[in-house]
Design a protein around this ligand. Structure first.
Ligand code: DX5
Length: 227
Protein backbone atom coordinates (compact mmCIF):
# COMPACT_ATOMS: atom_id res chain seq x y z
CA UNK A 1 0.00 0.00 0.00
CA UNK A 2 1.28 3.47 -0.85
CA UNK A 3 -1.17 5.67 0.97
CA UNK A 4 1.72 6.96 3.12
CA UNK A 5 4.58 9.03 1.68
CA UNK A 6 6.51 6.33 -0.16
CA UNK A 7 6.09 6.22 -3.96
CA UNK A 8 5.29 2.94 -5.73
CA UNK A 9 6.49 2.41 -9.28
CA UNK A 10 4.34 0.30 -11.62
CA UNK A 11 5.60 -0.82 -15.03
CA UNK A 12 3.24 -1.00 -17.97
CA UNK A 13 4.30 -3.85 -20.25
CA UNK A 14 2.75 -2.13 -23.26
CA UNK A 15 6.12 -0.95 -24.72
CA UNK A 16 7.81 -4.33 -24.06
CA UNK A 17 8.95 -6.65 -26.85
CA UNK A 18 5.64 -8.53 -27.12
CA UNK A 19 7.45 -11.52 -28.59
CA UNK A 20 9.49 -11.80 -25.36
CA UNK A 21 7.04 -10.98 -22.55
CA UNK A 22 8.44 -13.60 -20.18
CA UNK A 23 11.85 -11.99 -20.43
CA UNK A 24 10.34 -8.48 -20.19
CA UNK A 25 8.64 -9.13 -16.85
CA UNK A 26 11.90 -10.53 -15.48
CA UNK A 27 13.74 -7.40 -16.65
CA UNK A 28 11.13 -5.26 -14.89
CA UNK A 29 11.54 -7.25 -11.66
CA UNK A 30 15.33 -6.92 -11.84
CA UNK A 31 14.93 -3.15 -12.25
CA UNK A 32 13.32 -2.91 -8.82
CA UNK A 33 9.84 -1.93 -9.98
CA UNK A 34 7.07 -2.59 -7.44
CA UNK A 35 4.26 -3.97 -9.63
CA UNK A 36 3.41 -4.82 -13.23
CA UNK A 37 0.42 -3.37 -15.06
CA UNK A 38 -1.19 -5.34 -17.87
CA UNK A 39 -2.95 -2.89 -20.20
CA UNK A 40 -5.88 -5.01 -21.33
CA UNK A 41 -7.62 -3.52 -24.38
CA UNK A 42 -10.62 -4.92 -26.27
CA UNK A 43 -10.78 -2.77 -29.42
CA UNK A 44 -14.17 -1.36 -28.27
CA UNK A 45 -13.55 0.69 -25.13
CA UNK A 46 -10.26 1.81 -26.75
CA UNK A 47 -9.13 1.56 -30.40
CA UNK A 48 -6.53 -1.11 -29.69
CA UNK A 49 -6.37 -4.80 -28.72
CA UNK A 50 -3.67 -6.25 -26.45
CA UNK A 51 -3.48 -9.14 -23.97
CA UNK A 52 -5.93 -11.81 -22.82
CA UNK A 53 -5.81 -13.68 -19.48
CA UNK A 54 -3.83 -16.59 -20.98
CA UNK A 55 -0.95 -14.27 -21.90
CA UNK A 56 -0.87 -12.91 -18.35
CA UNK A 57 -1.07 -16.42 -16.87
CA UNK A 58 1.86 -17.50 -19.05
CA UNK A 59 4.02 -14.83 -17.37
CA UNK A 60 2.73 -15.31 -13.84
CA UNK A 61 5.39 -17.73 -12.62
CA UNK A 62 8.30 -15.88 -14.21
CA UNK A 63 8.32 -13.25 -11.44
CA UNK A 64 7.16 -12.68 -7.87
CA UNK A 65 5.96 -9.11 -8.56
CA UNK A 66 2.26 -8.28 -8.12
CA UNK A 67 0.18 -7.99 -11.30
CA UNK A 68 -2.59 -5.45 -11.86
CA UNK A 69 -5.00 -5.80 -14.77
CA UNK A 70 -6.02 -2.41 -16.17
CA UNK A 71 -9.20 -3.36 -18.00
CA UNK A 72 -9.77 -0.94 -20.82
CA UNK A 73 -12.72 -3.05 -21.92
CA UNK A 74 -16.46 -2.53 -22.34
CA UNK A 75 -18.63 -4.46 -19.87
CA UNK A 76 -15.82 -6.12 -17.85
CA UNK A 77 -18.12 -8.21 -15.61
CA UNK A 78 -18.36 -11.48 -17.59
CA UNK A 79 -14.57 -12.05 -17.48
CA UNK A 80 -13.64 -10.70 -14.03
CA UNK A 81 -12.66 -14.11 -12.64
CA UNK A 82 -10.36 -14.80 -15.61
CA UNK A 83 -7.98 -11.98 -14.64
CA UNK A 84 -7.87 -13.10 -11.03
CA UNK A 85 -7.29 -16.73 -12.07
CA UNK A 86 -4.50 -15.50 -14.37
CA UNK A 87 -2.69 -14.14 -11.31
CA UNK A 88 -3.74 -10.48 -11.04
CA UNK A 89 -4.04 -9.38 -7.40
CA UNK A 90 -5.56 -6.08 -8.49
CA UNK A 91 -8.30 -5.66 -11.12
CA UNK A 92 -8.97 -2.12 -12.32
CA UNK A 93 -12.16 -1.35 -14.25
CA UNK A 94 -13.09 1.93 -15.91
CA UNK A 95 -15.99 3.87 -14.34
CA UNK A 96 -17.15 4.55 -17.92
CA UNK A 97 -17.22 0.87 -18.94
CA UNK A 98 -19.82 -0.69 -16.66
CA UNK A 99 -23.44 0.22 -16.02
CA UNK A 100 -23.36 -0.99 -12.40
CA UNK A 101 -19.95 0.08 -11.10
CA UNK A 102 -20.75 -0.48 -7.41
CA UNK A 103 -21.72 -4.11 -8.09
CA UNK A 104 -18.71 -4.71 -10.39
CA UNK A 105 -16.28 -3.50 -7.73
CA UNK A 106 -17.93 -5.73 -5.13
CA UNK A 107 -17.59 -8.70 -7.48
CA UNK A 108 -13.83 -8.07 -7.82
CA UNK A 109 -13.44 -8.12 -4.05
CA UNK A 110 -15.64 -11.21 -3.76
CA UNK A 111 -13.16 -12.92 -6.09
CA UNK A 112 -10.41 -12.17 -3.55
CA UNK A 113 -8.67 -9.45 -5.57
CA UNK A 114 -8.19 -5.78 -4.72
CA UNK A 115 -10.60 -3.53 -6.63
CA UNK A 116 -9.49 -0.52 -8.64
CA UNK A 117 -11.45 2.06 -10.61
CA UNK A 118 -10.01 4.18 -13.42
CA UNK A 119 -11.15 7.57 -14.73
CA UNK A 120 -10.61 8.78 -18.30
CA UNK A 121 -9.43 12.38 -18.60
CA UNK A 122 -12.91 13.77 -19.28
CA UNK A 123 -14.57 11.86 -16.42
CA UNK A 124 -15.00 13.91 -13.23
CA UNK A 125 -13.96 12.64 -9.80
CA UNK A 126 -17.65 12.85 -8.84
CA UNK A 127 -18.21 9.70 -10.92
CA UNK A 128 -16.58 7.64 -8.14
CA UNK A 129 -17.75 9.67 -5.12
CA UNK A 130 -20.15 6.93 -3.98
CA UNK A 131 -17.78 4.00 -4.53
CA UNK A 132 -14.51 5.42 -3.17
CA UNK A 133 -15.07 3.41 0.00
CA UNK A 134 -15.48 0.25 -2.13
CA UNK A 135 -12.08 0.44 -3.82
CA UNK A 136 -8.46 -0.21 -2.92
CA UNK A 137 -7.11 1.88 -5.79
CA UNK A 138 -8.14 4.91 -7.85
CA UNK A 139 -6.38 5.27 -11.20
CA UNK A 140 -6.46 8.74 -12.74
CA UNK A 141 -5.56 8.55 -16.45
CA UNK A 142 -3.19 11.28 -17.57
CA UNK A 143 -3.63 10.35 -21.24
CA UNK A 144 -6.61 9.18 -23.27
CA UNK A 145 -6.27 5.38 -22.98
CA UNK A 146 -5.37 3.08 -25.85
CA UNK A 147 -1.71 3.63 -26.58
CA UNK A 148 1.61 4.13 -24.83
CA UNK A 149 4.00 6.97 -25.59
CA UNK A 150 1.41 9.77 -25.49
CA UNK A 151 1.95 13.23 -24.04
CA UNK A 152 1.11 13.75 -20.36
CA UNK A 153 -2.06 15.79 -19.75
CA UNK A 154 -1.01 18.27 -17.05
CA UNK A 155 -4.63 19.44 -16.93
CA UNK A 156 -5.34 16.31 -14.88
CA UNK A 157 -3.39 17.63 -11.88
CA UNK A 158 -6.36 19.44 -10.30
CA UNK A 159 -8.32 16.17 -10.48
CA UNK A 160 -5.43 14.32 -8.85
CA UNK A 161 -5.20 16.97 -6.10
CA UNK A 162 -8.96 16.78 -5.51
CA UNK A 163 -8.74 12.96 -5.30
CA UNK A 164 -5.87 13.21 -2.81
CA UNK A 165 -7.75 15.57 -0.53
CA UNK A 166 -10.97 13.51 -0.74
CA UNK A 167 -9.14 10.27 0.11
CA UNK A 168 -7.35 11.96 3.01
CA UNK A 169 -10.48 13.80 4.22
CA UNK A 170 -12.39 10.52 4.42
CA UNK A 171 -9.40 8.63 5.85
CA UNK A 172 -9.61 5.97 3.12
CA UNK A 173 -6.80 3.50 2.45
CA UNK A 174 -7.07 3.99 -1.31
CA UNK A 175 -3.95 3.98 -3.47
CA UNK A 176 -3.93 6.97 -5.83
CA UNK A 177 -2.31 5.88 -9.10
CA UNK A 178 -1.61 7.83 -12.30
CA UNK A 179 -0.97 6.41 -15.76
CA UNK A 180 0.04 7.97 -19.04
CA UNK A 181 3.05 10.06 -20.03
CA UNK A 182 4.67 9.54 -16.61
CA UNK A 183 8.43 10.04 -16.83
CA UNK A 184 11.36 12.08 -15.47
CA UNK A 185 9.86 15.37 -16.71
CA UNK A 186 6.38 14.81 -15.31
CA UNK A 187 6.59 12.58 -12.24
CA UNK A 188 7.47 15.28 -9.68
CA UNK A 189 4.50 17.42 -10.70
CA UNK A 190 2.03 14.57 -10.48
CA UNK A 191 3.53 13.57 -7.10
CA UNK A 192 3.12 17.12 -5.82
CA UNK A 193 -0.51 16.93 -6.93
CA UNK A 194 -0.96 13.93 -4.63
CA UNK A 195 -0.33 10.71 -6.58
CA UNK A 196 1.56 7.96 -4.73
CA UNK A 197 1.57 5.18 -7.36
CA UNK A 198 3.15 5.90 -10.74
CA UNK A 199 2.58 3.74 -13.80
CA UNK A 200 5.12 4.21 -16.56
CA UNK A 201 5.75 2.39 -19.82
CA UNK A 202 7.85 4.28 -22.36
CA UNK A 203 9.92 6.10 -19.73
CA UNK A 204 10.92 2.78 -18.17
CA UNK A 205 11.61 0.85 -21.37
CA UNK A 206 13.60 3.58 -23.10
CA UNK A 207 15.89 6.43 -22.10
CA UNK A 208 19.41 6.97 -20.75
CA UNK A 209 21.06 4.21 -18.69
CA UNK A 210 19.50 0.91 -17.68
CA UNK A 211 15.89 0.24 -16.70
CA UNK A 212 17.18 0.07 -13.11
CA UNK A 213 18.68 3.57 -13.49
CA UNK A 214 15.48 4.92 -15.02
CA UNK A 215 13.31 3.37 -12.31
CA UNK A 216 15.57 4.66 -9.53
CA UNK A 217 15.61 8.14 -11.06
CA UNK A 218 11.84 8.30 -11.31
CA UNK A 219 11.38 6.94 -7.81
CA UNK A 220 13.73 9.62 -6.44
CA UNK A 221 11.93 12.38 -8.38
CA UNK A 222 8.56 11.14 -7.13
CA UNK A 223 9.82 11.06 -3.52
CA UNK A 224 11.05 14.63 -3.94
CA UNK A 225 7.68 15.71 -5.28
CA UNK A 226 5.92 14.07 -2.34
CA UNK A 227 8.22 15.58 0.32
C1 DX5 B 1 -2.76 3.94 -22.09
C2 DX5 B 1 -1.84 3.03 -21.35
C3 DX5 B 1 -0.53 3.73 -21.14
C4 DX5 B 1 0.52 2.87 -20.55
C5 DX5 B 1 1.74 3.71 -20.17
O1 DX5 B 1 -3.88 3.26 -22.46
O2 DX5 B 1 -2.42 2.64 -20.12
O3 DX5 B 1 -0.77 4.82 -20.31
O4 DX5 B 1 0.03 2.24 -19.44
O5 DX5 B 1 2.17 4.34 -21.29
P1 DX5 B 1 3.31 5.48 -21.26
O6 DX5 B 1 4.00 5.43 -19.92
O7 DX5 B 1 4.22 5.06 -22.39
O8 DX5 B 1 2.62 6.77 -21.49
Amino acid sequence: MAETGSPLLVASVLPADLAELGRAVQEIEKAGVDRIQWDVMDGRFVPNITFGPDVIAACRDRVDLGFEAHLMVEDPDPMLSRWVDAGCGIVIVHAEATRHLHRTLGRIRDLGARAGVALNPATPLAAVEHVLDQVDLLLVMTVNPGFGGQAYLAGMEPKIAAARSEIDRRGLAVELEVDGGIGPATIAGVARAGARVFCAGSALFSGPGTMFDRAAGMRAAAAEGIA
